[in-house]
Design a protein around this ligand. Structure first.
Ligand code: HEC
Length: 137
């Protein structure tokens, strides 16, 4: 019984291993490269303050720039407080992410001061929102 099954099993394993790499690699290869850029770009029009930007501040910034404390005089809990800026002045220059101190700080990895840095996608969301005019949407 066992002796008859063994060759059949070996054949099955061989057949599977010959097919498996292709079956696994093809969908991955098709998805992995064009996806990130295309996703970011196609969503650019849809980036909004309350839905996309504020959750990033809640997750990574509000411990120091929120209800408990406002480091540098900067409160990142609402649109109004964000646009009011820090004790040094505005941190967002609407329409110009490159000149916005807040964007510079997250791009340089200065902020958040502690904890995990923002991901490339999160930084991209903030940038797009600022470049699109930093509106309260
Ligand atoms: C662990 C505390 C902490 C966290 C978390 C944090 N910050 Fe700060 N932030 C500070 C401190 C303290 C300063 C004052 C400058 C300094 O010490 O570097 C500051 C300064 C800033 C400034 C400069 C204000 C100015 O005009 O000088 C910006 C902009 C800023 N933070 C944005 C953010 C953003 C955006 C996040 C979240 C992604 C964040 N911070 C998270 C502590 C924090």
């Amino acid at each position: 019984m066992k002796n008859k099954l063994t060759p059949a099993l070996i054949l099955l394993v061989l057949a599977l291993s010959a097919c498996a790499p292709q079956a696994v690699q093809t969908p991955l290869a098709a998805e992995s490269q064009p996806m990130p850029l295309a996703t970011v770009e196609s969503e650019s029009a849809a980036v909004g303050f309350s839905e996309d930007v504020l959750p990033i501040f809640v997750e990574s910034c509000n411990d120091c720039h929120g209800a408990k404390q406002t480091k540098a005089g900067l409160d990142l809990t609402t649109y109004e407080s964000l646009m009011a800026g820090s004790s040094n002045g505005a941190v967002i220059l609407a329409g110009n992410s490159a000149e916005s101190i807040l964007v510079q700080q997250v791009v340089d990895g200065e902020m958040p001061k502690r904890g995990d840095k923002l991901t490339t996608e999160q930084i991209q969301i903030i940038r797009q929102w600022v470049d699109a005019g930093a509106s309260n949407d």
